[in-house]
Write a protein that binds this ligand. Structure first.
Ligand code: BES
Ligand code: MN
Ligand code: MN
Length: 462
């Protein structure tokens, strides 16, 4: 592994410059206006894969954004690692809250990243983390240290629910055959406290429309006599939590897996500074389900949140109006063994049930995804644990992630392969928010750690 350290040292600046170039392309998957940029990003990734020696690189067309695939088969007896990641990013809005333009990466020091961090949309989620795999592969191949077969599958629709990737996996089971799926799209606890993600929450995302009168009305002439759908929607939404901050949707908790006292104790032993957490967010109190700590609330408990709410007049100044319609986007984060399809039905029924007669409601579903748990007694986990320990000089803690990666549950079901969630971001890296950033320490540490995973995994699979 010494040659690899040397290789990394010799190529540090280039590894960074190449990533910065990739971050300049605005691969926003949600907005059709960026489709050409999304494609340019796929092309850039495919060029990088070819350049570092990956074979059979192709841009696979889908009904949506393309998937980049490539492979390097070095030894039929060696295990095969499927690297999954996404090159699409979240919209950069609101633009005015960025300190520098989202697609013009700059490096700045921060308190948590004293060596500097790359500020750009996608730096951490997930282009920066995907690119670590490309560079780690380059290092392994160039220094004759590639002990596993590798397949790359980098998609462009993770941020919009991975619907076409699901189809692609079903149709390409043979091509995607592998022993393990390796993913860097999650966080570590902090740069001194490495961790491996052992769970992801599922997702059920709904949109509701509440209609009152058949047209917008003068709020003086009609106000007080006719139900205002915005008022009604707010009341309905407020009723979705009880005084213990539990979700009131009937049946919501029915399938929730009970986590053992032992696991809860372990989760709570991880370093966490609540005062600092509140200070970073500028809130004087936290709010969540009674009886659970912050790590538990985000790791093992299901939640419901309004992501957006609108209706009526939202332009400059004041307009007196009693609007005809009100809308909200409501998401639920799910935990094992909740089923997003079942929760969708429960929510729909509940929401329709709580609507007063004065309004009509429509409830529609967006994408969803199943929750994931990663066992810690597998060869896959042990190899990633050893790799992290080697690179950080500390054994990583298993940690549940609060976010979702909808396709991961599918890998289990369709490809019959376990996933390793070895991400290197920090929860405070502002992914999806203005000023997203990724630490240089984290970027290079990832590149250093990945080859250890290949090494230990190949050894342990022998
Ligand atoms: N990389 C994130 C998920 C993540 C972040 C997991 C941090 C654990 C820790 C992923 O790109 C993401 O944002 N997923 C979406 C789901 C998707 C359907 C929009 C999410 O969690 O909101
Ligand atoms: Mn991601
Ligand atoms: Mn994301």
């Amino acid at each position: 592994m010494k040659e690899m350290k040397q290789y990394l040292d010799d190529n540090r600046q280039r590894f960074l410059d190449e990533l910065l170039e990739l971050l300049r392309i605005p691969s926003v998957s949600a907005d059709p206006k960026y489709a050409p940029d999304v494609r340019r990003t796929a092309e850039a990734i495919s060029r990088h894969l070819t350049a570092v020696g990956v074979d059979n690189v192709e841009i696979c067309e889908t009904a949506g954004h393309p998937i980049v695939y490539g492979e390097k088969m070095v030894n039929p007896k060696a295990p095969t690692v499927l690297v999954y990641g996404h090159y699409d990013v979240q919209p950069a809005d609101p633009l005015e809250l960025w300190d520098s333009p989202p697609f013009e990466p700059v490096i700045k020091k921060t308190k948590l990243h004293p060596d500097g961090a790359i500020f750009a949309r996608g730096s951490c989620d997930d282009k920066g983390q995907v690119f670590m795999h490309v560079k780690a592969f380059e290092m392994m191949l160039k220094t004759d240290n590639l002990p596993c077969n590798v397949k790359f599958m980098i998609e462009g629709e993770e941020e919009v629910g991975s619907k076409n990737l699901e189809k692609f996996c079903h149709e390409n089971k043979k091509k995607l055959e592998c022993d393990v799926v390796l993913i860097s799209d999650t966080s570590i606890i902090d740069n001194e406290t490495p961790s491996l993600t052992v769970g992801l929450r599922g997702l059920c995302y709904m949109e509701v429309e509440v209609t009152g009168p058949n047209k917008d009305l003068h709020s003086g002439v009609y106000g007080g006599a006719v139900a205002n759908p915005v008022n009604v929607l707010c009341t309905m939404i407020a009723s979705l939590h009880d005084e213990k901050r539990r979700v009131t949707v009937k049946g919501f908790y029915d399938d929730v897996e009970k986590v053992s006292a032992k696991e809860r104790k372990m989760m709570n032993a991880a370093p966490y500074d609540e005062k600092q957490y509140m200070k970073d967010l500028n809130v004087s109190e936290l709010m969540g389900e009674k009886g659970y700590t912050t790590v538990e609330r985000t790791g093992i408990r299901p939640t419901l949140d309004v992501n957006g709410i609108w209706g009526g007049y939202i332009g400059e100044g004041a307009k007196t109006v009693l609007p005809s319609k009100a809308y909200a986007k409501i998401s639920m984060r799910l935990v094992p063994n909740q089923d997003p399809a079942k929760i969708e039905k429960l929510f729909q029924k509940h929401f329709e049930g709580i609507a007063p007669k004065s309004v009509k409601v429509k409830v529609n579903a967006h994408h969803g995804g199943y929750p994931v748990v990663v066992p810690t007694n597998s060869v896959e986990y042990k190899a990633s644990e050893k790799a992290m320990e080697q690179a950080f000089g500390k054994k990583p803690l298993p940690q549940r992630g609060g976010g979702s990666i909808p396709i991961v549950a599918m890998f289990d079901q369709v490809l019959k392969a376990k996933s390793v969630l070895m991400g290197f971001g920090l929860d405070s890296d502002d992914i999806h928010s203005p000023n997203e950033h990724y630490g240089l320490f984290n970027y290079y540490k990832g590149i250093e750690t990945i080859p250890y995973f290949y090494k230990y995994y190949a050894e342990m699979k022998k």
